[in-house]
Design a protein around this ligand. Structure first.
Ligand code: ASP
Ligand code: MG
Length: 407
């Protein structure tokens, strides 16, 4: 007898028939002798509809009220899921984020979980024989305001519950049958992975793979939760997201990802003095612009330097305002923002112990006639900033170069 968390995403709850299907899964796990907690997202597309409605009312919705609104999507699905299980003759009870005691900070729209206070209540409901249905994505702050965890945040609710209850596994049910070596919509040869390590999954999520909410992987890693991503439509085994172990099949690159909608900010002829980088990036941070891949090159003579960094396209306006301001304060400095950039990356813990990965990646991009504008590396990632128009071709090229296709 085990304790299983089953999380169903919006596409797995698109209509009444799909809700019944998800309910049958939960019932089956229960009949197999497990205690079952189901975490649900809003029904497919409904969160987008709510966001859209808010923007029909105002182009600046209040953040607290936005969370109040968005949390309703999950409240619909928990109740319907519980009804479906009742309809099949089994016990179930639905609980909102507040009712499971999912406490967060007060950052509306992307709140962080602090604790789950109603663990005892959940356990006693399970002991009484109920399937417990919890609303994903939502919580409450210390002042009982409803908060949400950020788009895709139901995954994080599921993993947090798994950690808190000591579940044997956290199953993530979705419309694909697992985690792929890259996006199969762009690269049809992409391969389903049997397993992937937390760190690899974390990197791939932040580099553009839209499989799971990054914070859920972080939590999974910190608490050692076994996560299993699988299809709601079949019984096929999916992908395990697990703790690192030395895999003897010597996989060097586990996956490749493409992140679009980026821009590169270039500040040319910045005075080369102590404190300038600090000054520039303090101002960037004050405007809440998130930056990546910072490069500084000092000119000959050592009086001036160029600083460049990557931002996401929605931040271009804020970055432009900042550039204009700095251009006035630093005579001689020329700012330029280059839009329509993308980043292609390869990820794998095997890079720690193998050489030649970078050269193979660059050579494959060369063969595909893709110009690399910037390179950044970390222990388990190599990323290249390229033109957005080259993105898909670049992803196909690196994916093939590392033989990530099925053999
Ligand atoms: N319903 C929320 C969203 O669409 C949360 C989730 O699906 O995980 O982002
Ligand atoms: Mg999701």
């Amino acid at each position: 007898m085990g304790l299983i968390i089953q999380k169903f995403g919006g596409t797995s709850l698109g209509d009444a028939e799909k809700i019944h299907r998800a309910a049958r899964r939960a019932i089956r796990a229960k009949l197999e002798g497990n205690e079952v907690v189901v975490v649900v997202s809003a029904m497919g597309g409904s969160t987008d509809t709510l966001v859209d409605l808010a923007y029909q009312i105002t182009d600046r919705p209040n953040r607290r009220e936005m969370d109040q609104l968005l949390a309703t999507g999950e409240q619909v699905s928990i109740a319907l899921m519980a009804m479906s299980i009742h309809h099949a003759g089994h016990d179930a009870i639905s609980l909102t984020g507040g009712q499971i005691g999912l406490r967060t900070d007060r950052t509306f729209g992307r709140a962080r979980i602090r604790e789950i206070t109603q663990r005892g209540r959940i356990i006693s409901l399970l002991k009484d024989g109920s399937i417990v249905i919890a609303a994903g994505f939502q919580g409450v702050d210390a002042g009982a305001n409803i908060t949400t965890l950020g788009r895709g945040g139901s995954d994080t609710t599921a993993v947090a519950l798994a950690a808190s209850l000591g579940a044997d596994v956290c199953e993530i049910y979705t419309d694909v049958d697992g985690v792929y070596s890259t996006d199969p919509r762009i690269v049809p040869e992409a391969r389903k992975l049997d397993y992937i390590f937390y760190d690899e999954m974390l990197e791939l999520s932040s580099l553009g793979a839209q499989v799971m909410h990054s914070r859920s992987i972080e939590l999974g890693k910190n608490y050692g939760v076994r996560i299993h991503v699988r299809s709601s439509y079949t019984d096929a085994k999916g992908t395990d997201i697990v703790k690192e172990w030395s895999d003897f099949d010597q996989v060097i690159v586990r996956g490749a990802a493409l992140k679009r909608n980026l821009a590169r900010v270039e500040l040319t002829n910045v005075p080369h003095q102590p404190g300038i980088a600090g000054e520039v990036f303090t101002r960037v941070a004050e405007r809440n612009v998130i930056v990546d891949d910072i490069i500084q090159v000092v000119h000959e003579g050592g009086n001036t330097a160029d600083i460049s960094f990557t931002i996401e396209a929605p931040e271009i306006e804020a970055a432009q305002a900042l550039c204009d301001e700095m251009a006035v304060e630093m005579p001689g400095m020329t700012p330029e923002i280059k839009p329509h950039r993308a980043k292609v990356s390869v990820v794998g813990v095997g890079m720690r112990t193998h050489t030649g990965v970078a050269s193979r990646m660059f050579e494959s991009l060369h063969q595909a006639d893709v110009n690399i504008e910037n390179i950044s590396t970390s222990e388990i990632v190599i990323s290249c900033v390229i033109r957005e128009a080259d993105g898909e071709r670049a992803l196909r090229a690196v994916h093939a170069a590392f033989e990530l296709e099925p053999s």
